[in-house]
Write a protein that binds this ligand. Structure first.
Ligand code: KG4
Ligand code: ZN
Length: 334
């Protein structure tokens, strides 16, 4: 069973072919970061137009690399939400039309479900059940995954997402957009302990997150302190340590409360090397194990959409010939 996956929910056009039993055959990504850079964030209309430009050449490239023709495809999976409506509609319209013309099923995939299934692309995939930490530009969630399609939201952010806090703090440090990776690189040269930021909502029970206050504390400190390189690095370090500590505390708590031993991390922020190392160490100390996608599959990509689509098809999920995209879509709903 071969599935084409299409990701167009935000600012990356991702395409991949996944085959059940064989795994990922090919994948390609076009990032729009350069296109949006001068605006300091994603411009939705520009994003949609660029997806239109990139999709057909990327699909041709990936099919050729996978040594696959259109007629070999058993399904076409696309991100149907959550995300930017115009960007989603490009993938949805294209994916649905292609599937219809080939006479194969079209599969509407939830973007966050794809992030939590992304570790299945790796050599040692996590067995169910597990707890998933989803940390991206728009979401910060802990989800109990009892099995394929069986998801229970344990907690999420009440304000900013972790990636959003990274991006806004990085912006204040003059690091451009999206700044998560650049902020982390700067933090490597920072000294721990010079600045101390809060670990929000860790002093009370529960699995909710809040990153708005932490972000504001960091942004205010950047404004008040001298702008020398060492000070900027020290602030970046303090911010990174606070975010990582907070995520580690909540993940350990979620594992303890659910009784699960396995943690899966996904979404752009899970590409962060400090977070990966600290989570791995903390969960191992509790006798558990952490599973990550490789860093390029932590951020948005077509491979996670293709593998999620393949699982949907194998599970016999059959969709009516309906067309839609849902910019706001709760995991496990619809
Ligand atoms: O999953 P993703 O590619 O897109 C969304 O679905 O939002 O996540 C993008 C987010 C951005 O906020 C970006 O700054 C952050 O992930 N990010 C990182 C790193 N790489 C990407 N944050 C911290 N460290 C990184 N290495
Ligand atoms: Zn994402």
């Amino acid at each position: 069973m071969k599935v084409l996956g299409i990701e167009t929910s935000c600012d990356e056009t991702g395409v991949a072919v996944y085959e059940a039993g064989r795994g990922l055959l090919a994948h390609a990504l076009h990032s729009q970061v350069a296109l949006h850079r001068e605006f300091g964030g994603v411009v939705p209309e520009l994003a949609s137009r660029d997806h239109v430009r990139r999709l057909v050449p990327l699909i041709r490239q990936v099919l050729a690399e996978a040594d696959t023709t259109m007629s070999d495809l058993d399904g076409v999976a696309y991100t149907a939400g959550p995300g930017l409506i115009g960007a989603l509609l490009v993938g949805a319209a294209f994916g649905r039309s292609l599937a219809y013309s080939l006479g194969v099923p079209a599969i509407a995939v939830h973007h966050m479900e794809a992030h939590l299934l992304a570790p299945l692309l790796e050599g040692t995939p996590p067995p169910f059940p597990f707890v998933a930490l989803l940390v991206s530009g728009g979401h910060t969630q802990l989800v109990e995954v009892s099995g394929y399609g069986r998801y229970r939201l344990l907690g999420e952010t009440v304000d900013d997402a972790a990636g959003e806090a990274f991006d806004k703090t990085a912006n204040q440090l003059g690091l451009g957009y999206p700044g998560g990776a650049a902020l982390s690189a700067l933090a490597e040269r920072g000294r721990p302990g010079r600045f101390a930021f809060p670990r929000p909502m860790t002093d009370r029970p529960g699995l909710e997150f809040s990153f708005s206050g932490l972000k504001t504390a960091a942004v205010n400190t950047i404004r008040e302190q001298p702008a020398d390189e060492q000070t900027r690095a020290d602030i970046a370090r303090a911010f990174l340590d606070a975010v990582v500590d907070t995520l580690v505390i909540k993940c350990r708590r979620a594992l303890e409360e659910t009784g699960h031993a396995r943690l899966v991390a996904g979404g752009g922020v899970s590409a962060n090397t400090t977070l990966r190392a600290r989570l791995k160490e903390a969960v191992a100390a509790d006798g558990g194990q952490v599973y990550y996608p490789r860093p390029e599959f932590c951020t948005d990509n077509g491979a996670m959409i293709a593998v999620a689509g393949c699982l949907h098809l194998q599970a016999g999920r059959n969709e009516a010939l309906a067309f839609g995209a849902w910019p706001r879509w709760e995991l496990g709903q619809r």
